[in-house]
Write a protein that binds this ligand. Structure first.
Ligand SMILES: O=C(CO)[C@@H](O)[C@@H](O)COP(=O)(O)O
Length: 231
């Protein structure tokens, strides 16, 4: 089942260490088949260089395993909540990539300080709050998804225009029209997190981009409606 999607998601997971986004198995990528309402995700704890297409786990939107011998990623419920809520998302990546995780642990949004950022994210990448004890007791992974949704709602952000988030004290999640796009957005997020950190080291008062430049770069690449390059 979903052989093509398994291949696509396998490649996305192999791209995580290739782009230096993960140590050990600190990350997972998934992709969804919207027609069937099923998504494919990395198995939990399996080293990337040992992964095969049939190791990928097929899961429904409630996080139940539909096909696969191995346990799905421990973050499966977060992916499921996001897929359920945002029909426009086709792929999701979660890593503990170093530079974005530094901002997550500092509890800070990653500001739009450069055009590198603006080409992918139409503004700051928000840092969502810590989960409460009550939310953790209810189910850490699913509630992580709900806190991300709450953050975007409260900020009036569009997931197509800002395809990523930090979780305070945890790490980033990114998404896209498919798993490959979600990986690319994770690479960009980690890179701009690194650039920003050193820019602020050089000049603590380094400003964010003026809206006019943010508009120019983001809308030139993504156009109005901001649907991953839809003009
Ligand atoms: O965030 C964490 C651990 O803190 C997990 O995302 C990471 O270790 C990956 O776990 P999985 O191997 O996908 O279950």
């Amino acid at each position: 089942m979903l052989e093509h999607l398994k291949e696509e998601v396998l490649q996305a997971n192999l791209d995580l260490p290739k782009h230096g986004l993960v140590k050990y198995t600190w990350g997972n990528a998934s992709g969804i088949d919207r027609e069937r309402g099923l998504f494919v995700i990395k198995p939990s704890g399996v080293e990337y260089d040992k992964l095969k297409p049939n190791d990928m786990v097929v899961v429904d939107l409630d996080g139940n395993v539909v096909e696969g011998e191995l346990n799905p990623s421990s973050d499966t419920k977060t992916h499921a909540v996001l897929y359920k809520h945002y029909r426009e998302i086709g792929g999701i990546v979660h890593t503990h990539s170093t530079w974005a995780t530094i901002w997550a642990q500092a509890g800070l949004d990653v500001p739009a300080m450069g055009t590198t950022h603006a080409d992918t994210f139409y503004g700051a990448v928000p840092c969502a709050r810590f989960l409460t004890q009550e939310e953790i007791d209810r189910g850490y992974e699913a509630e992580t998804g709900h806190v991300i949704i709450e953050t975007f709602k409260e900020r009036g952000l569009n997931v197509l225009e800002v395809p990523g988030v930090l979780l305070q004290g945890h790490a980033p999640f990114t998404w896209g029209k498919d798993a490959k796009s979600a990986v690319m957005n994770s690479v960009v997020l980690d890179e701009v997190a690194k650039m920003n950190l050193f820019a602020r080291e050089l000049n603590h008062f380094a400003p964010e981009l003026p809206q006019s430049i943010l508009d120019k770069h983001y809308l030139r690449k993504h156009g109005k409606g901001a649907y991953y390059g839809q003009q």
